[in-house]
Design a protein around this ligand. Sequence first.
Ligand code: DO4
Ligand code: MG
Length: 291
Amino acid sequence: MRIFRLTNGGWVGNFAIVSNRVYVLLSDPVTALKLYSEGRDVPLGPEVNVNIDELLARDYTYKGLRFTKPYDPPEVWGSGIVYEVARARYSEEDVAMIRGRTIYELVYDAERPEIFFKGTANRCVGHGEPIAIRSDSEWTLPEPELGVVIDSGGRILAYTISDDVSARDLEAQNPLYLPQSKIYNNSCAIGPFLVTPDEVGNPYDLTISMRIIRGSSVIFEGSISTSRMRRRVEEQIRYLIRDNAVPDGTLLSTGTAIIPPRPITLMHGDVVEISITGLGTQRTPVIKLGK
Ligand code: DO4
Ligand code: MG
């Protein structure tokens, strides 16, 4: 099953795709995912005639409708330095060293992963909605990541595309600025779909790819396989929920491995396009806050 939401700017509707047919979803997305994971009936309304590919391919709005985030995550968390590429690239910055090694090298090798709070639903946007550069950042990057939706017990209910947009200059100035780098308005994009584990198959055999488009040029593109994760998703979840009660529907963004080199930074007017095998393509325009 895949879940998505459409809006006309005011009304927001929940939909589910089951066996290639689109239905109105009569419960909220997290309840539906929980029912589905327990093998129980998901309350579906009438089948609807909506051309999803058309809607995704257009310039975001078609016949007055557009995609929006597929649900409202009560909490969003992130994992850091999960891939070797992230260890190496983050370590290029002039950051805190402990016993001669960068904090990123240390956390990559450590038993305990880096898990950080990333935000709440009001900071998240969906396909076609703008991700943001902080007004006080000159170096902001998208971080295309596999997102997992979990229940309060840590069970995986669904996968999605998540973009952990980060003000990298703040983090590079001082690692204690991490929350300000990570948590601000429009700093996280999710969707277009929530996809249940049975449709995704092996989460360690997915290709994540990203393009940054400026005007008519692609100024960056890259891709990576989730097989390169140093820490399994289950291990990340185990640490997230240890002595830390999370609500059903919590989203964990499982770390990036696609990091554009300096001097690339997002700029107002760019478009970020992220695809993950089986999860679709998320396209978001970029805005600079305070502009
Ligand atoms: O410690 C910095 C954050 C790392 C991160 O967000 C990632 O590896 O994806
Ligand atoms: Mg990240």
